[in-house]
Every structure is written in structure tokens, then in C-alpha cells.
Ligand binder design. Structure first.
Ligand code: 13P
Length: 254
């Protein structure tokens, strides 16, 4: 089976009702790329309106609480995201691991809560620059996976892993293709040892300064099954060339 590439946008804390037109533009242009899965993870307040406006584009959240309901002021459960029209959510983004001090165990609980409800999850991992310079990039990411991967991969919903080196996010710097390849191969090994053959069909995305100018090269790297895109996902004109590069890339047999 050939595995389709997944290109997911992470809008972070950008987007208000005036940006629904841009979401509609991305959805309209996306329809020409039949061999790529496309998703936009927007601020929670836009999920319902975006999913109503563009029902054929997968809309996602950027975080989820691990509990079903309860006294958790300001938090949103997986069921609530689904109810608002989301099909997926990001969990464990480095900006949350850092600013909200999210632990691997918490990220695992969030991923499991999402998958249990039928919400797909993109689980983020990635090392800091200091750890890469110490030669500890792969061991750091493997330790994060060890602590944050759900016990079982999804059945109805999909688990994907996003490798996002912290030092590449929003900086314009990216690892070499050899470094991306080394990391994605290590992540694949980990998925196979955790999930057996099912680990083959977990998509591994690369994230961190993905742009129209570097996407095609990144998609030539083995085991890169797509991208998680921040800044370049905010405008159709920047995002769609990345989708086009994925559409032109070789699919991976899984
Ligand atoms: P940039 O594409 O802006 O570097 O952000 C990457 C990211 O954090 C996506 O989750």
C-alpha cells in the first residue's frame, strides 16, 4: 500500500474570523491535489466556523486535555474538539512542552485521549540546539517517544509523529537531509519495535522552517511522510507550493 503524504498547517496563535477567507482559499486550491492529505490546525475558537465553511478540509486543534470532562478551567477535551468539527489535534508541540511544562507522560495521556475519541493525533518530538550540539539529538527524541507514544496505535483515528527540532522552528534553519534521514529512520525503528508491522503505517512528518523553497528536497528523504508547517501555512500562496511538492514526491510503500 502506498502511503499518502500528510501536509498539516499549524496556525499557532494566529487567526480570527477575518482569516476564514484564507482557509477557504487553501481548501479550494487543495482540491486539485488528490494524492495528498491536507489539514489545518487552527486556534480553537475558529475550529467550528472553519469546519463548517470548508467541510472537505480536515480541521484540527493544537492541543487537547487528557480528561473527558471536569474542573479544568480553560481546557478543551477531545470530545469537545470533535463536537466542534475537528478531525485531528496536535499534541506535545515543543512550544507547549516548554511554556506549559508538559511532560512526556502528559503528552501520552493527551494522545491516548484523542485517539480514544476517534480524533487523529500528531505527536511532536524534537531536540534543542544544545542537545544536538552535544550529539544527543537521536537519544533525546527516542526518550521523548518512549515516554509519550500511546500504548497502542490508533484503529479508527490515526497517530502520526512530527519530528520538529526546536532550533529549526521559526528560525529559517533546517537540519541537513542526512540529519533528517537519520532521525526519521530512528523514529521508524522505534515505531516498529513498539507497534510491530503497524509501525510501518504511522506517518512521520518533518516540521521546522518548511517552505516552498526547501519542501521538495525534504520530501526526497526516506521516511519523511509529510510536513507540519507553521509560518508558511498561514497564506495559501506560501502553503500550496509545499502541498504541490508533496504531491510530486514519491509515496512510501507501507
Ligand atoms: P515554522 O514552520 O514556522 O518553523 O513552525 C514549525 C512548527 O512549529 C509547526 O508546528
Amino acid at each position: 500500500m502506498a502511503l499518502r503524504k500528510l501536509i498539516a498547517g499549524n496556525w499557532k496563535m494566529h487567526g480570527q474570523s477575518s482569516d476564514l477567507e484564507e482557509i477557504a482559499a487553501i481548501a479550494a486550491a487543495s482540491r486539485q491535489f488528490e494524492n495528498v492529505d491536507i489539514a489545518l490546525c487552527v486556534p480553537a475558537i475558529l475550529i467550528e466556523r472553519a469546519s463548517r465553511a470548508v467541510p472537505d478540509l480536515a480541521i484540527g486543534g493544537q492541543d487537547v486535555h487528557h480528561a473527558e470532562k471536569g474542573a479544568h478551567t480553560g481546557c478543551i477535551s477531545a470530545d469537545m474538539l470533535l463536537d466542534a468539527g475537528a478531525a485531528l489535534t496536535i499534541v506535545g508541540h515543543s512550544e507547549r512542552r516548554d511554556a506549559q511544562r508538559e511532560s512526556d507522560a502528559e503528552v501520552k495521556a493527551k494522545a491516548e485521549a484523542a485517539l480514544r475519541c476517534g480524533l487523529s493525533a500528531i505527536l511532536c518530538v524534537g531536540e534543542s540546539l544544545a542537545l544536538r550540539e552535544q550529539g544527543a539529538a537521536v537519544s533525546t527524541v527516542l526518550a521523548q517517544l518512549d515516554g509519550s507514544l500511546p500504548d497502542r496505535p490508533a484503529s479508527d483515528a490515526e497517530l502520526a509523529v512530527a519530528y520538529e527540532p526546536v532550533w529549526a522552528i521559526g528560525t529559517g534553519k533546517i537540519p541537513t537531509t542526512a540529519e533528517i534521514g537519520e532521525m526519521h529512520a530512528a523514529i521508524r525503528e522505534c515505531l516498529l519495535s513498539r507497534y510491530g508491522d503497524q509501525g510501518q503505517s504511522v506517518r512521520i512528518l518533518y516540521g521546522g522552517s518548511v517552505k516552498a523553497s526547501n519542501a521538495a528536497e525534504i520530501f526526497t528523504v526516506p521516511d519523511v511522510d509529510g510536513a507540519l508547517v507553521g509560518g508558511a501555512s498561514l497564506r495559501a500562496a506560501d502553503f500550496l507550493p509545499i502541498v504541490a511538492a508533496a504531491a510530486a514526491a514519491q509515496p512510501r510503500a507501507a
